[in-house]
Design a binder for this molecule. Structure first.
Ligand SMILES: Cc1cc2nc3c(=O)[nH]c(=O)nc-3n(C[C@H](O)[C@H](O)[C@H](O)COP(=O)(O)O)c2cc1C
Length: 188
């Protein structure tokens, strides 16, 4: 029997610590010969097919203008091998520095968008902006993944999951409950 858990009051501004932890991603962008990369934790899957992903990209970030103007980006999935790079990329601006050079990342051409793939990442998802209605109010971009590149192994990469204040959780133990799932209940 699951046990009841006592839950004292908690500051609402800190609930991100419990809700945020999807994998940290590195979002690349390009426009008119310029390229950039930023660290991003605030994203959410919105649909399977078409494959939609929503991202919160602050207007103050250099990437914001590049992505809004080009209508494209690549969502790259780093693993713990890139932990220091993830932190460094999220703590400097592409307006002042070429982050690919500074952090030793290899930019590879994407197939369907101008933004580059990061060769050192486990996966890369080429995205086109399909909805900008919430950009003005919430800096929220809805992208469609139009092409996906994923390493064959490991099947479950050791991804980073941000809990705020400079602290990450690392993806770990795999729990397989496939036997209990009913595919007919997984409606889009
Ligand atoms: C762990 C981590 C998570 C972050 N998540 C986001 C995010 O979800 N959205 C956002 O706009 N900025 C986020 N940032 C901040 C940007 O990565 C940071 O402002 C970066 O310097 C922007 O780069 P740019 O100005 O070159 O675009 C995050 C930073 C870190 C370190």
């Amino acid at each position: 029997m699951p046990r009841r858990i006592d839950k004292p009051d908690y500051p609402v501004a800190k609930v991100r610590r419990y809700l945020e932890p999807g994998p940290i991603v590195l979002v690349t962008s390009a426009r008119g010969g310029e390229r950039n990369v930023m660290t991003l934790g605030w994203h959410t899957v919105m649909e399977f097919s078409p494959s939609l992903v929503g991202c919160m990209i602050s207007a103050g970030n250099h990437s914001f203008g590049l992505i809004r103007a080009s209508g494209e980006c690549v969502i790259n999935l780093p693993t713990t091998a890139l932990t220091d790079e993830v932190v460094g990329i999220g703590n400097c601006s592409g307006a002042a520095v070429d982050k690919f050079e500074r952090f030793g990342l290899t930019a590879e051409p994407a197939e369907k968008v101008a933004a580059p793939l990061i060769a050192e990442c486990h996966a890369a998802f080429e995205c086109r902006l399909v909805e900008d209605a919430l950009v003005e109010t919430y800096n929220f971009f809805v992208f469609e993944v139009v092409k996906a590149h994923v390493a064959r192994e490991p099947e479950h990469p050791e991804t980073l999951h941000y809990t705020g204040d400079g602290v990450f959780m690392v993806a770990g133990r795999i729990v397989d409950k496939r036997a209990l799932f009913r595919p007919d209940m997984l409606r889009p």
